[in-house]
Design a protein around this ligand. Structure first.
Ligand code: ADP
Length: 202
């Protein structure tokens, strides 16, 4: 990463509108590094990450085609904190390394690191500036249920392990409201983008 690279962390709870914001910034030529995608890349077939997982958890966590059987692995680590720690010990350093690599490859005026767990995971240490996409919990719930066709109970259980709205807001540098229409959101993102360009140059 060049010393001048300005990294903007974009976070928010599930269904808050992170993708809506970052997809729009991409149309403006901003490179977006997606932590969720990185988490999948580091356990693709052929990676040292997947090899280490198979070595510890056994080949039963592999699908017939050699890819990671996420459901099987989730079952193993679900209520086994020690096993979860082993898994995270394999994945977290690789995720950080790959995020750093992708950030340093970026050449846009600033680069976005999009991560639902930016503030929870320590990934915010990559960010010079943290933006939270903010909506009331009721909106988060209804938009996620519609998008994923998931039950209220499931979405609520995901929300319960994420940071509370107020905590997230308190730990960010700024927030952008996504309570209204997408058009309203894009107008706000236009202003945010102009501000980020200024900050990146400063
Ligand atoms: P996240 O990436 O934070 O999980 P998304 O960007 O996927 O959230 O948004 C969640 C869902 O809500 C998506 O289906 C998206 O199309 C929809 N959505 C996002 N913003 C708005 C909005 N302002 N009005 C209506 N629907 C929206």
């Amino acid at each position: 990463m060049s010393a001048q690279q300005f990294v903007v962390g974009v976070t928010g709870g599930i269904g808050s509108g992170k993708s809506a914001v970052t997809d729009y910034l991409e149309t403006k030529g901003i490179t977006v590094v997606d932590a969720d995608k990185v988490a999948r890349v580091v356990v693709e077939p052929g990676t040292s990450g997947l090899a280490a997982i198979a070595e510890h958890f056994g080949r039963d966590i592999l699908l017939p085609n050699g890819a990671l059987d996420r459901a099987a692995l989730r079952k193993i680590v679900f209520d086994e904190p020690d096993e979860r720690k082993v898994l995270e010990g394999i994945t977290h350093p690789r995720i950080r390394e790959e995020i750093a690599r992708q950030l340093s490859d970026a050449s846009s005026p600033y680069v976005v690191l999009a991560s639902p767990l930016l503030l929870e995971s320590g990934q915010s240490s990559f960010a010079d500036y943290v933006v939270v996409v903010d909506v009331p919990e009721s909106v988060q719930l209804s938009r996620t249920m519609t998008r994923d066709d998931n039950s209220e109970q499931l979405v609520k259980s995901i929300m319960a392990v994420q940071l509370q709205r107020e905590t997230r807001l308190a730990r960010s540098d700024t927030s952008i409201s996504n309570e209204g229409t997408l058009e309203e959101l894009y107008t706000r993102v236009d202003a945010l983008h102009a501000d980020l360009l200024r900050r990146a140059q400063a």
